[in-house]
Write a protein that binds this ligand. Structure first.
Ligand SMILES: C[S@@+](CC[C@H](N)C(=O)[O-])C[C@H]1O[C@@H](n2cnc3c(N)ncnc32)[C@H](O)[C@@H]1O
Length: 306
């Protein structure tokens, strides 16, 4: 309902029909334009997780199919995209046909907390800005882990919060962002890290790429002033809905939350063990790219309960 109500704004702000992306743009040394930034997340994550043509990928919260289609096109892998929105699934199927990958990419209406599929089918679970829609991220992650083959990998990108609690004014700012973008909550980064460990996932990587998304965040902020200023009037004229007005307020506010460190944008990756106790729990990951900081977050003084 939310996404159908704000679809026009996704076309306006995210160039949805061309980009097929409903997430923030990712900027690094290979990106020169907004369309490239909107697609870059997929190439970056695919390189991180080492997608191969033999992989079967589950894209949880697949939007209108952008990641699935790009993965199939670039790597030749098979992808199943799932989404609670039947409207987006219809759009994803049309996009897959338009891009001639319908033989590799399938879509299904499913809730990612309880997926109607048998255990251990997928080589990769892929999650771009979907987890923050969940009211129970641990439950979702456990379900995704169930579906991974032994040795399979989870990779995702999402927003996190840098602290567990904030002052009342910061909390009000955060709620403008969460409510306007229809996210349930951005998980506290350190609790999330513990969830991955609790699920017995290995090779955990969890790093902050906020600076890679700030250019797009700033752009959304700048594009929103008009909508924020005239939102009330346009709503009275029946030209905009309350959800659309909340979305532009969120687009304006999210930059303040990201640039001040209240929210962070992070990439996470982890592997389901092939054999129990074979791997060390944490690695430094692949070779460092110059523009991405892969320092793991850990504050040893923090005790986390899930
Ligand atoms: C911010 S959009 C990201 C879409 C896509 N991953 C992308 O990068 O363009 C979040 C997506 O998650 C989907 N979603 C939210 N809750 C879900 C759930 N419980 N199960 C499946 N999909 C869900 C939404 O419908 C939406 O398509």
């Amino acid at each position: 309902m939310y996404y159908s109500d704000v679809r026009d704004d996704y076309v306006r702000f995210w160039d949805l029909d061309q980009s097929m992306s409903m997430r923030i743009g990712f900027w690094d040394e290979r990106v020169n334009s907004v369309p490239e930034a909107l697609a870059r997340t997929d190439a970056f994550l695919a390189e991180e997780v080492g997608i191969r043509d033999t992989d079967y990928v589950l894209d949880v919260g697949c939007g209108v199919g952008g990641s699935a289609i790009r993965l199939a096109r670039e790597y030749g892998c098979r992808v199943l995209g799932i989404n609670v929105s039947p409207q987006q699934i219809g759009e994803a199927r049309r996009n897959a046909k338009r891009h001639n990958v319908a033989h590799l990419v399938k879509f299904a209406v499913q809730d990612f907390h309880a997926i109607d599929l048998q255990d251990e089918q997928f080589d990769v679970v892929w999650a771009v800005e979907s987890l923050s829609h969940s009211a129970d991220q641990y439950l979702a992650l456990r379900e995704w882990t169930r579906l991974l083959k032994p040795g399979g990998r989870i990779i995702g990108a999402d927003y996190f919060r840098s602290r567990d609690r904030f002052s009342a004014s910061t909390e009000a700012l955060r709620q403008t962002v969460l409510g306007g973008l229809c996210f349930h909550e951005f998980e506290y980064a350190q609790r999330f890290d513990c969830m991955l460990e609790t699920l017995d996932l290995r090779q955990i990587q969890f790093f902050d790429v906020t600076h890679n998304v700030l250019p797009s965040s700033r752009r959304l902020n700048q594009m929103s002033w008009f909508g924020v200023a005239l939102g009330g009037l346009l709503k009275r004229l029946g030209l905009r809905s309350e959800s659309q007005n909340r979305l532009v307020r969120a687009n304006r506010t999210q930059y303040e939350a990201l640039s001040s460190g209240i929210h962070q944008y992070r990439i996470f990756a982890a592997q389901k063990p092939e054999y129990v106790s074979e791997f060390p729990n944490r690695t430094e990951g692949r070779a460092q790219s110059p523009s991405v900081n892969r320092q793991p977050v850990r504050d040893e003084h923090d005790t986390i309960s899930i």
